[in-house]
Design a protein. Structure first.
Length: 221
């Protein structure tokens, strides 16, 4: 009478799996890669939330990634058009020179008889298609962002000599509550708003500060 050979049981299967893992470890295989990127892509027009960066274990890398996400707003035309390096505001998504021609002026609010508030009121003039928000004015030339990378803007934001002598907490307050910043998401007419919302940007800036306010590196050419 022939004997049947028993099939290996679950214990033997588990043992083989453990042995396989030990062999892999002894073979010097590299550990799983540590994430340096946020999880998932945001829907069009939105920003990633700070929680989506939690998978980045390294605190400095997470801080850099948070600022890059915030930089999607800071480099948007609705922001940089009012942060020019010269005497002339910009308009439109292609950063065209302001039409009619105007100048910055000594106080960043235009020149006599042609101040910013001559045309720009405290809200959008929808019929005339003139944008408006409380205290409409240019950022000082020391705070120029037009044409700059997120890395350069980040370094500038942390420098009191170039950020209006603000602390990081004051920068967050400005981003979170200033009416002229809020205009970037309600620009009127057919202007494209900045991605996300003012609250979403403020949350990213706060998370960036809490993780050490580390600036991203410049992209290599």
């Amino acid at each position: 009478m022939s004997r049947s050979i028993a099939s290996p049981g679950p214990r033997r299967g588990r043992g083989a799996a453990v042995l396989g893992a030990l062999v892999a470890a002894c073979a010097g295989r590299p550990p799983a890669a540590v994430s340096t990127a946020p999880a998932g892509e945001p829907p069009p027009g939105h920003l990633r939330a700070p929680a989506q960066f939690a998978a980045i274990a390294d605190r400095a890398a997470r801080s850099r990634a948070l600022f890059v996400e915030a930089g999607r707003v800071l480099t948007h035309p609705r922001c940089v058009n009012c942060h020019p390096p010269d005497q002339t505001p910009r308009q439109g998504d292609d950063h065209a020179l302001h039409d009619p021609p105007v100048l910055r002026g000594a106080a960043d609010r235009g020149i006599p008889a042609l101040g910013c508030d001559t045309c720009h009121q405290d809200r959008n003039a929808e019929l005339a298609r003139v944008p408006g928000a409380p205290s409409w004015h240019l950022a000082p030339a020391t705070m120029a962002w037009l044409g700059k990378s997120p890395a350069a803007i980040c370094t500038q934001l942390k420098d009191p000599a170039r950020n209006g002598n603000r602390t990081l907490a004051q920068i967050h307050d400005h981003v979170a509550h200033d009416g002229i910043v809020a205009w970037g998401w309600a620009p009127g007419a057919d202007r494209a708003p900045a991605p996300g919302s003012q609250a979403e940007l403020a949350a990213l800036v706060q998370a960036w500060i809490e993780t050490g306010a580390v600036c991203p590196a410049e992209d290599k050419p």
